[in-house]
Ligand binder design. Structure first.
Ligand code: HEC
Ligand code: HEC
Length: 253
């Protein structure tokens, strides 16, 4: 039997035995018990170092003598958690997906000549700190109106096959959650834990980096940083996580 037919057969079986459009389940439910313990313990969760680093940067004086905390509070306590849980959002005025990182950088650009490049480790630390302010808040991506078109594009990318492995995101994350692959349990590929600490790399990954890492796994050329595609796919993934609690910083393999 050709590999293609095998995949179709397995997918059909999966369809019959499980509900395809199951409720979202956090990656937390798929990790090992000891990894869950690590995530839950403030002393052993390595992601909290990024939160601390983010808070340091949040209180750092720029050349204009301003800090983020001037306007948002030392602990970021002036942020509206419900609003943070809506990122990435869509700005109708400019027809643009606004990721949390982009929002942070836009604010940064008002107080320094040198805002950080996308996915710079310091920007990921700031992103982790800000997102962590909304820990426990329910992901609430808006899906109505012009944003629906972007989400639909993201879904198309999610169901497209990539790379030498010639599989789509959907194959693993909708059809095979719970199955083992190279010693790891495949999850639904939810976005509620990001930015997350990865034990495999010893680094923080935000959602876009995690997408790129999965594309590399498929031996595909990952979508470029700042590309339309990575933003649409990230938006779609986060919209799939609507209803899940924000876990940032999650700990994942
Ligand atoms: C001079 C004041 C000021 C400074 C300094 C500032 N911000 Fe902001 N920030 C704002 C305002 C005003 C908004 C818009 C709030 C709104 O739309 O209600 C905002 C919005 C945001 C948002 C989006 C919040 C939301 O509810 O959608 C984030 C995240 C953010 N800022 C992060 C930062 C970070 C990180 C820094 C430092 C690099 C920073 N800001 C520096 C004034 C500031
Ligand atoms: C061959 C199977 C496979 C395919 C195809 C695949 N992934 Fe993954 N993905 C994994 C594995 C294994 C992990 C790590 C375990 C887990 O969390 O599922 C993972 C993790 C993730 C996570 C992190 C989930 C969490 O809770 O930490 C996201 C997000 C993700 N993948 C997105 C994608 C996207 C987007 C695509 C398509 C471009 C994709 N994956 C394609 C196997 C796959």
């Amino acid at each position: 039997m050709k590999l293609d037919n095998k995949i179709i057969l397995i997918a059909l079986l999966a369809l019959l035995t499980t509900k395809l459009y199951a409720e979202p389940v956090s990656g937390y439910e798929y990790i090992k018990p000891e990894t869950r313990t690590m995530q839950d313990d403030d002393f052993s969760n390595p992601g909290l170092l990024a939160v601390d680093r983010g808070q340091e940067l949040f209180n750092k004086k720029y050349e204009t003598d301003k800090t983020c905390s001037d306007c948002h509070g030392k602990e970021g306590e002036m942020f509206n958690k419900k609003r943070l849980a809506r990122y990435p959002m869509y700005r109708n005025r400019s027809n643009e997906i606004i990721t949390l990182q982009k929002r942070i950088r836009n604010c940064q650009a008002t107080i320094t000549e040198n805002p950080l490049q996308t996915d710079h480790p310091d920007l990921i630390s700031l992103e982790t700190f800000v997102r962590n302010r909304a820990h426990g808040e329910i992901v609430n991506i808006q899906t109505e109106g012009p944003v629906a078109e972007e989400i639909k594009e993201g879904e198309k990318l999610y169901t497209t096959r990539y790379g030498l492995i010639d599989m789509s995101c959907q194959h693993c994350h909708d059809f095979y959650p719970g199955q083992m692959i190279r010693g790891q349990k495949i999850s639904q590929g939810q976005a509620n834990g990001f930015p997350a600490y990865r034990l495999a790399t010893g680094e923080m990954a935000n959602l876009h980096l995690r997408i790129q890492q999965c594309m590399t796994l498929l031996r595909a050329e990952p979508f470029a940083t700042d590309s339309k595609e990575i933003e649409q796919l990230g938006l779609y993934l986060m919209s799939r996580s609507n209803g899940l609690a924000i876990e940032t910083p999650a700990v994942r393999y």
